[in-house]
Design a protein around this ligand. Structure first.
Ligand SMILES: O=P(O)(O)OC[C@H]1O[C@](O)(CO)[C@@H](O)[C@@H]1O
Length: 451
């Protein structure tokens, strides 16, 4: 595999003018696919926005990271421009540099990522999942290899704005959840089930707020997300929430019931995750919730450790006394160990989940100790089900291809052209209602697989 991205040209015009064939991994080489649009249009826009942000915020960045940051900022901008050019001209993917702990795994992955003819991987000709993950990892490299900007997150201000812009909705949700958890003794098990269902759906629709799909544009949620639940029911194509509830209900009041929540987006979606997690520990459906965050800036809005901490802190300082009281309660959960925040390298590797047992056996083992794993969002779903253009009726548990650390619940709004587990005819019926049904975030699924 080459280290020189300039070695040979293969313009992306050479992509085939067809849709993704059945049962193959999504790839930008199929021109009539969302992968192609993403590589051609969406990703260059995201990189341009990063460059613009860094140029515009130069002074503030230097104030925060020190004088030496000015020169390194310029170098990083140069590297990101080069990255964008490599992508847009469909160059071969080059190996990562540096000593970070994931570099060896990444480079081993890249070396075996040849196509059927044995050619080196390229932006438009290799699996979309691999190339898009690679873009975010290369972006990270531009900062990782500096002295002053190692902790710089080019998406931080967007993520923070996403939370602040949804404070109206957060206030409404907060009033509801605060009352619910404070009156924990007044609820019979039917009530608890109803409340669980409500917050599960709120959490599901929270996944609409994804800044990588919107190209960084704000995605505002309805003022009262609880009221919207009923109207949105028809957009849930598969609803196995009842099964998720049953798993939790049989283990209720037991000790050592761990629920893992693989987080997706910061901002409003994270807030809905926290509301659901509060219900889980308050009503003894879980003795511990472990949040799984990313170790590096990812897909624009994914939650990294500092985003999680900032969110709790900013909410606890809120002028709205209910918002601050609820956030203080959550800080208490962190202190008592009912909530645990973890950041695992695996989530920012290019591997699909059925490779976890080989690539990160320790994480797989940890997840096996949980009663339930809640997997949030579109990208996590793609990794969970192999990112293959399945026949839409392919059973969900089969699409997991052997990934079975524990019981699994996937909560996803559809933002990529892969799906499984539908009834016969359901894909066709939905496509007839909306040609963009797979990518618009308008539709959703709650899918469950038991151990
Ligand atoms: O935040 P989510 O729900 O994982 O969505 C991630 C986004 O990234 C993609 O998977 C690829 O860009 C989109 O399909 C989706 O918009």
């Amino acid at each position: 595999m080459s280290n020189d991205p300039n070695e040979s040209e293969m313009p992306y015009d050479s992509c085939e003018d067809i849709g993704t064939p059945l049962n193959v991994q999504l790839c930008a080489k199929y021109k009539r696919s969302f992968a192609y649009i993403t590589m051609k249009d969406r990703l260059p826009i995201i990189l341009t926005q990063v460059i613009d942000h860094m140029s515009r915020e130069k002074e503030n960045i230097v104030n925060e990271y020190g004088k030496g940051a000015l020169e390194e900022l310029k170098i990083a901008i140069g590297k990101i421009s080069k990255l964008k050019n490599e992508l847009q001209t469909n160059k071969p993917l080059i190996l990562l540099e540096g000593n970070a702990s994931d570099v060896t795994i990444w480079n081993a992955f890249l070396k075996q990522l040849k196509d059927e003819e044995g050619n080196d991987p390229r932006w438009f000709h290799s699996a979309w999942l691999a190339t898009e993950c690679y873009m975010y990892r290369r972006l990270r490299e531009a900062f990782e290899l500096t002295d002053t900007l190692t902790s710089f997150d080019p998406f931080r201000s967007k993520k923070q704005a996403a939370l602040l812009d949804s404070l109206g909705t957060i206030n409404v949700l907060c009033t509801y959840v605060k009352r619910l958890v404070e009156q924990q003794n007044c609820h019979c098990s039917t009530d608890i089930k109803n409340e669980f269902m409500k917050l599960l759906y709120v959490d599901l629709w929270g996944n609409r707020c994804d800044l990588s799909l919107s190209g960084g544009e704000k995605v505002l949620m309805e003022e009262d997300p609880l009221q919207k639940i009923g109207q949105l029911t028809e957009y849930i194509l598969i609803d196995e929430a009842e099964k998720v509830w049953n798993t939790l209900a049989v283990n209720r009041e037991k000790s050592d019931v761990i629920v893992d929540m693989v987080l997706d987006n910061a901002g409003y979606e994270l807030y809905t995750d926290l509301c659901l997690a509060d219900l889980l520990v308050t009503f003894s459906l879980a003795s511990q919730v472990r949040f799984r965050a990313k170790v590096l800036p990812w897909y624009v809005s994914d939650v990294c450790i500092p985003d999680f901490q900032w969110t709790l802190q900013i909410l606890s300082n809120s002028e709205n006394s209910e918002v601050s009281a609820l956030a203080n309660r959550w800080l208490g959960h962190m202190k008592s160990g009912k909530w645990v925040l973890c950041a695992d390298e695996f989530w920012t590797l290019p591997h699909v989940f059925n490779q976890m047992q080989n690539v990160d056996p320790t994480l797989y083992q940890e997840l096996s100790n949980a009663v339930l794993m809640i997997i949030k969002g579109d990208l996590n779903y793609r990794k969970l089900t192999g990112d293959i253009n399945w026949e839409p009726t392919k059973p969900f548990s089969e699409a997991l291809s052997g990934f079975r650390p524990t019981n699994i619940a996937a909560l996803r709004t559809l933002k990529a052209d892969t799906i499984c587990g539908l009834l016969a005819g359901q894909a066709e019926d939905t496509a007839a209602k909306s040609s963009e049904w797979l990518i618009s975030g308008q539709y959703a699924v709650v899918q469950y697989s038991s151990l």
